[in-house]
Design a protein. Structure first.
Length: 527
């Protein structure tokens, strides 16, 4: 089970108001990390629109209207008419029989993002739900009562049915929730928070479960991590270049003006800001660095260039009504469609994980150069800091390079697009599905593995810069000084956290400390 540490609730002044304006990725991340709290818009027009949808459904039911998922069964069972006396029970059956998820539980951070994403979709006013339902989801976020949601069991159409059933059940006082790191029955947690279990209105079970909230929430978190990783990989590359006594001229502005991908140009500009400008070339120095240094902007730049379009895909989905059917409260129509289909998120996540895994591969190749005495331009084998007789028994970063290679290989293995593995399910009603949630979970795993590679590289470049500087001070070779400014500041920041490896030691504690820094975006990296 995932552990959750309780933090003080955010102050009301920092609340994000659902229903007032479109959300951005940063809003979801802030809510997920409890940096901001949630509130529901109290503006009269917003709440009136929500009520009109619910009132319209009530009127249709009184007039014996046929409404999918309200007076009929679900999915392929849409031809089954539900007797009027059983209509009220139908939504509770929906979340009950979908209680079949497995796998690891979503983390508290991921669960908050899921709640926020589903709430925002329902606030679009096309789902026919009550204001009370929106208030109940808001209350869960405010009180940090988090449904325990298994991560496996969604094909991404008809939405994230199985994982979202755990949200629906918790709102109704069933199944279990986290509260302050403790697992409690949902009914008990609601009662102790002064909340009453919901009795779902006719379409509300479908409205909660039939949508893309899980995959979209995970995509928001993935985007935030990928954006930071893009910058971190650039800083690592600058330090790798210095360690290898590389050529700063590879990142020349005129050179990159000839191939004007803006994200790639930005990475080159960041590298120029870190590395010495106009460094003279020595005759004994290799004219062209190997690709993992020279072409780093071309690798990292792919992700950097993709981020704006990925943001558009994710935020459009985030601010959409994506259940079925939609309820038009103004035109008083029931609109049957397929907005639960997560194809855009699937594409975004499949694309992101490929770009991220390529960064893992890039960093792994940089590390291979730095630890190999044949390619690191005069540094010790495996970047060992040991000297004298003890150098014979010290192996420096030899094993760390093996681990980084293993993490890289696993990340690369996961880049097969999930969306191409559509399965026909549910009596061939859901015969083409998005696999968006699996794509998002894969993307987060690729990010996790790539962050582990980045942690290994932070140890490597911290060691490499130290060795190169030590070599320079000894006067062995006429090397340039470590550039001042941000690159020197990064080396100093790393030096405060991890010691140099001048004698073999267990590196796992250092890796875990650095991973924590990566995931909390501890280092300021470019504006």
């Amino acid at each position: 089970m995932n552990n959750m540490s309780h933090t003080d609730s955010p102050t009301p002044a920092t609340a994000i108001t659902f229903g007032a304006a479109p959300l951005c990725i940063e809003d979801v991340v802030a809510l997920a990390q409890r940096e901001r709290s949630a509130s529901l818009h109290d503006e009269t027009a917003f709440r009136a629109r929500i009520r009109r949808g619910a009132d319209f459904l009530d009127r249709l039911l009184r007039e014996d209207g046929t409404i999918y998922g309200v007076t009929t069964g679900y999915g392929d069972s849409c031809t089954v008419t539900v007797p009027s006396e059983l209509v009220a029970e139908l939504p509770h059956h929906l979340y009950t029989y979908h209680g079949c998820g497995l796998g690891a539980l979503f983390t508290p951070e991921q669960t908050r993002a899921i709640l926020a994403t589903r709430l925002n979709s329902l606030c679009q006013g096309f789902s026919g739900v009550s204001v009370g339902l929106l208030e109940q989801i808001t209350a869960l976020l405010q009180r940090d009562l988090l449904p325990l949601i298994p991560s496996e069991g969604s094909v991404g159409a008809s939405g994230d049915l199985t994982p979202l059933s755990y949200l629906a059940a918790a709102l109704c006082g069933e199944r279990e929730v986290w509260r302050d790191g403790t697992v409690l029955p949902a009914g008990q947690a609601l009662a102790e928070a002064g909340l009453r279990p919901l009795r779902l209105r006719p379409k509300e079970g479908l409205a909660i479960m039939n949508g893309t909230a899980v995959m979209t929430a995970l995509a928001c978190l993935a985007f935030d991590r990928a954006r930071y990783l893009c910058r971190l990989a650039t800083r690592i590359t600058a330090m790798s270049s210095f360690t290898l006594d590389g050529n700063a001229h590879h990142f020349d502005a005129t050179l990159f003006s000839a191939k004007p991908h803006p994200g790639q140009q930005q990475v080159a500009a960041w590298l120029r800001s870190d590395l010495p400008a106009g460094q003279p070339h020595r005759n004994e120095k290799r004219l062209q660095d190997r690709y993992s240094i020279r072409c780093a902007p071309h690798v990292i730049g792919v992700l950097n260039d993709a981020l704006p379009s990925l943001r558009q895909f994710i935020e459009n989905e985030l601010n959409s009504a994506n259940d079925n059917p939609l309820i038009d409260p103004d035109g008083e129509r029931v609109l049957h469609g397929g907005h639960f289909y997560g194809g855009h998120i699937a594409f975004a996540m499949d694309s992101m994980k490929t770009a991220v895994a390529n960064i893992a591969d890039l960093l792994d190749r940089q590390m291979a150069l730095m630890v190999d005495q044949r390619y690191n331009n005069g540094l010790p084998a495996n970047l060992s800091g040991a000297s004298g007789p003890r150098a014979a028994i010290n192996h420096g970063l030899k094993a760390l390079q093996i681990s980084a290679s293993a993490w890289t290989a696993e990340a690369l293995k996961l880049t097969m697009p999930a969306s191409v593995f559509s399965r026909s399910t549910e009596c061939h009603n859901q015969d083409k599905v998005s696999m968006g949630t699996i794509a998002a979970r894969d993307c987060l795993r690729v990010l996790e593995l790539t962050e582990q590679v980045a942690a290994a590289l932070l140890i490597t470049v911290r060691q490499g810069v130290w060795l190169r500087s030590r070599q320079q001070k000894a006067g062995d070779t006429p090397l340039s000084d470590l550039p001042g400014g941000r690159l020197a500041a990064m080396q100093e920041a790393l030096a405060r956290q991890i010691a140099v490896v001048d004698e073999d030691r267990m590196l796992e504690p250092d890796l875990r400390l650095l991973l924590q820094g990566i995931r909390h975006q501890a280092w300021a990296l470019y504006e």
